[in-house]
Structure formats: structure tokens, C-alpha cells
Design a protein around this ligand. Structure first.
Ligand code: FUB
Length: 309
């Protein structure tokens, strides 16, 4: 794939809805979408699968932005493995949040000669440059896929995990935490039942995405490896208790993983995910896509189909 051009086209999809054709980016492979609405614009942070990868070959993170969900600006490489002197591989699924007039970028990376750890980078600008905030892993327990959420009372939470689901309470500096990493109980009432895998009795696999909307706490996640689908739970607080709500996006297509991100923007709701839709697409050469959807009146999320595979 040529990296020379970001190819985005706008198409009318009924009822005056304008959106980009999927995949959003058609010149490089992108994965693990993490959208953030900031200053009236959608910023889409993604991972980057190298051309021709036959395993996870991921060295940097990319950034795209839009004000109309149709025309996307390519901000290029926003951060790379070299940001973290202690890491040397696996620039996997991260998320950015704004606080303290700064931006904090939480990412899983592989520690040099070690296991997976979560790093945190900081920037004065949403487009970078980013610097390692603390010069060492924020947490290190071999698990991945951080999602960050700030509750109404100002308490920030970082959640991550595969195969477990962990959280810490971040301090207001967003780069340190109180207490110890704690497991969220993966009950079948909270996360559904998986059959045929005694080690993983619930559907939770990885890729948590936590947010609050209309008084409900949502925990969206990749489920049932492999092939993954996307499922969700609703909680009454940022730490639950969680009630399992079922499937959002069924599995399918050429990528055996999927990864969710959800935003509201300009009176619409959008579900971001990835698949293997581009030529040469696979579980290691993925592409980020987006679907507009409408919440049901009870706050539940409808089943969302992929518009490209
Ligand atoms: O992109 C590498 C890994 O694959 C991510 O961390 C997981 O969520 C899955 O998408």
C-alpha cells in the first residue's frame, strides 16, 4: 500500500447522512481505533500494521482528524516505540484523554527483554509531540489494552487486560495512581458465558472501552477470541456492578481481532472498529472503520453490522 496519499471519500447514505467510505484510511493498514472528541473535532488515534505483516508488526501510532466524519486529515505518525526507552515492540491499542490542559496517551508496549506493560506519554498538544511521562511503565503485569475514563467527581480510572480485567485509580496528575492494580470480577452475570474454554468462562477477551452516557456506565470489549466479536456490559458505577448486555458487532471478515471505540459527535453516535477489509487484509493487516448508530431508548446498543469485511 502506498503511504503517499490518505484516500478518504464522502458518500451520501440516505437521510442526508454523510460519512466516509470504509475503511477510513485506505493507504496504510490501521488498527485499534481510539476516537476522542476535542474542540469540536474528532481525533482518531490508531495503531499501524506494517505492510505485509504476518504477525503483529507494530512500531508506531497514527492520528487522523475530521470535523464532518467524511473528510479526514492525516496527522501522520503521532508517537512511536522510540518514545519509550524501555520498550522495543508491540505498539498496541492505546487511548488518549485530555486533562490539566495536557493530553495523556496510555499504550501497551513490550518491555525490552520483558513482558507487556502500560506506558503513559504526555503532550501539550493533541497532535503531539509526545514524551514518556514517567520514564518507566505505569503498570506492568503482562496485560494489555488500556482505556481511560474520568468520572463526574474527577476520579480517573485506567482499565486494561487480557485475560483479566484490571483497574487502577489514577491520581489527578494522570501519571501515578493510588492503591494497587485490582481485578474486576469477571462474572457471567457481568460478562456473559463462554463455552469450551475453561480458563476463560466469560466472553471478555480484551480491548475494554469505558465511558458514561445518560447516567449509565458502558464497558465495551472484544469478546470470544478467535474470531472476536464486540460485546458490552452496563454498570451503575465506574467499577460496576456490571450487567452483561450482549453482542454489538458479530465476528466476521478477515481479521480475527476486533477493537471498539465509541463517541457522540454532533448529535450522532459512532462505533469505531477494525477489520481486514483492504486488499491484502488479514488479522495482521487491519483497517479501521466506523458506523453511525442510534442508541435504543433504554440505553442499549443495537447490533451493528460491518459495512466492509
Ligand atoms: O493490535 C494489537 C492487539 O490486537 C491489540 O492490543 C488488541 O486489542 C488486538 O486488536
Amino acid at each position: 500500500l502506498s503511504q503517499a496519499l490518505l484516500f478518504i471519500t464522502a458518500t451520501l447514505h440516505g437521510a442526508g447522512l454523510v460519512r466516509a467510505d470504509n475503511p477510513i484510511v485506505q493507504t496504510i493498514y490501521t488498527a485499534d481505533p481510539a476516537p476522542l472528541v476535542y474542540n469540536g473535532r474528532v481525533y482518531l488515534f490508531t495503531g499501524h500494521d506494517e505492510d505485509g505483516s504476518t504477525t503483529y508488526t507494530m512500531k508506531d501510532w497514527r492520528l487522523f482528524s475530521t470535523s464532518d466524519m467524511a473528510n479526514w486529515q492525516d496527522h501522520g505518525i503521532t508517537m512511536g516505540l522510540t518514545t519509550f526507552s524501555w520498550a522495543n515492540a508491540n505498539a498496541w491499542a492505546g487511548q488518549v484523554i485530555a486533562r490539566n490542559n495536557k493530553f495523556y496517551y496510555y499504550v501497551p508496549v513490550r518491555r525490552t527483554n520483558g513482558g507487556m506493560a502500560i506506558g503513559v506519554a504526555v503532550s501539550d498538544s493533541i497532535t503531539g509531540p509526545w514524551r514518556d511521562a514517567i520514564g518507566k511503565p505505569l503498570v506492568e503485569n503482562g496485560e494489555i489494552d488500556p482505556t481511560v475514563y474520568i468520572d463526574d467527581d474527577g476520579q480517573a480510572y485506567l482499565y486494561w487486560g487480557n485475560p483479566n480485567l484490571w483497574y487502577i485509580k489514577l491520581n489527578s496528575d494522570m501519571t501515578s495512581y493510588s492503591g494497587s492494580p485490582t481485578k474486576i470480577a469477571l462474572t457471567t452475570a457481568g460478562f456473559g458465558t463462554r463455552s469450551g474454554n475453561a480458563d476463560r468462562p466469560t466472553t471478555f477477551e480484551e480491548g475494554p472501552w469505558v465511558y458514561k452516557r445518560s447516567g449509565r456506565y458502558y464497558l465495551i470489549y472484544a469478546a470470544n477470541c478467535c474470531s472476536e466479536d464486540i460485546r458490552y456490559s452496563i454498570g451503575t458505577g465506574p467499577l460496576g456492578p456490571w450487567t452483561y448486555k450482549g453482542v454489538i458487532m458479530p465476528s466476521g471478515g478477515r481479521s480475527f481481532t476486533n477493537h471498539p471505540g465509541i463517541i457522540d459527535y454532533k448529535d450522532n453516535s459512532y462505533f469505531f472498529y477494525h477489520n481486514g477489509a483492504l486488499p491484502g487484509g488479514s488479522g495482521y493487516t487491519r483497517s479501521v472503520c466506523v458506523e453511525r448508530f442510534v442508541y435504543n431508548s433504554d440505553g442499549s446498543i443495537p447490533t451493528i453490522a460491518q459495512t466492509s469485511g
